[in-house]
Design a protein around this ligand. Structure first.
Ligand SMILES: Cc1cc2nc3c(=O)[nH]c(=O)nc-3n(C[C@H](O)[C@H](O)[C@H](O)COP(=O)(O)O)c2cc1C
Length: 288
């Protein structure tokens, strides 16, 4: 049995709680947020407590915490509550160090575009600009505020409906779809770690049918040490157990092996993505 360390958040100090959360919910996309104060000052700051919450209407959110040090509201929170709009720009590897400058505690009248050397991209609908160096910008109208506490580091979820999208030509493929290898997004992890998304890209097609599920695999397979959870999931992703098929090559190659060896072969076939053949080996082994 794997050993786990256990932590009760109620018994942890703020710093430890913060780092456990940040390391557990990772990688997090970064919403690089432009907002405007009621007296017209532009503000830019990164927020990795950020996600999308609805496609229809398209809703995104960031959470701006009260400062962990002073308990004060951050400029972004004050601005969005006052002027009810913001833009989110995707942070890429090229601009991550400029983004980092914008995370410093500048006063409310300091324009972080100037401090970071980033450029404003004029919005179509809202009056706050996006970041021109970013490949994807969302213009948002503020809709809801959820305050989790009034304590230092207490979060304020700010939700907004996207009223306009901007996608840079150079981040699209030939068919006009956003190409993740061109976007070069970065994400925030725990402590000072970031992740560069396009260095770890892989594709996984969403299920198109109801899979039979691991619980419907033969017990011998489920309990065999060659089958990791990943391999079981692959084998169990078929819509129904395939019919037996007489595949001469398989019979010639494997029929003299023991059932135990056939199970190992089956696992190798699954690993190679040869799912239908893997099922046929289970027939040969008389496991189904
Ligand atoms: C990558 C990154 C992600 C951050 N995410 C958050 C966040 O989700 N919530 C938050 O309150 N502060 C976050 N911060 C810190 C704010 O960016 C920082 O407090 C900033 O000064 C706020 O600026 P403002 O006062 O202009 O709003 C993050 C900083 C970095 C570098």
């Amino acid at each position: 049995m794997a050993k786990f360390r256990e932590y009760n958040p109620k018994e942890l100090d703020l710093k430890d709680k913060h780092h456990l959360l940040l390391s557990s919910v990772a990688p997090r996309p970064i919403g690089f947020t432009t907002s405007i104060s009621k007296d017209g000052h532009i503000n830019l700051a990164p927020f990795s407590f950020h996600n999308a919450f609805s496609s229809n209407p398209p809703v995104v959110g960031i959470s701006s915490a009260f400062s962990g040090r002073t308990g004060e509201a951050k400029n972004t929170l004050t601005n969005i509550l006052d002027t009810k709009e913001f833009t989110l720009s995707v942070v890429t590897f090229d601009i991550v160090e400029q983004m980092n400058i914008c995370a410093a505690e500048f006063g409310p009248d300091v324009d972080e575009f100037k401090k970071s050397g980033l450029t404003k991209h004029v919005s179509k609908i809202v009056s706050t600009p996006g970041v021109a160096e970013s490949p994807l910008i969302m213009e948002c109208k503020f809709t809801q505020h959820v305050q989790f506490s009034d304590q230092p580091a207490g979060g304020n979820l700010l939700l907004g409906e996207i009223v306009y999208f901007h996608a840079k030509d150079e981040s699209l493929n030939e068919s006009g779809k956003i190409d993740p290898s061109k976007v070069d997004q970065v994400a925030r992890m725990g402590y000072n770690w970031y992740s560069r998304a396009n260095r770890g890209l892989f594709e996984l097609t969403a299920p198109r049918h109801i899979p039979i599920g691991v619980d419907n695999l033969p017990q011998l397979v489920r309990e065999h040490p060659s089958f990791t959870g990943k391999l079981l999931a692959r084998l169990a992703s078929v819509e129904k157990i395939p019919e037996q098929d007489i595949i001469e090559d398989l019979i010639k190659t494997y029929s003299r092996l023991s059932a135990e060896d056939m199970l190992k072969i089956c696992a190798v076939l699954v690993e190679e993505g040869r799912i239908l053949e893997a099922w046929q080996v289970l027939y040969l082994a008389k496991i189904i």
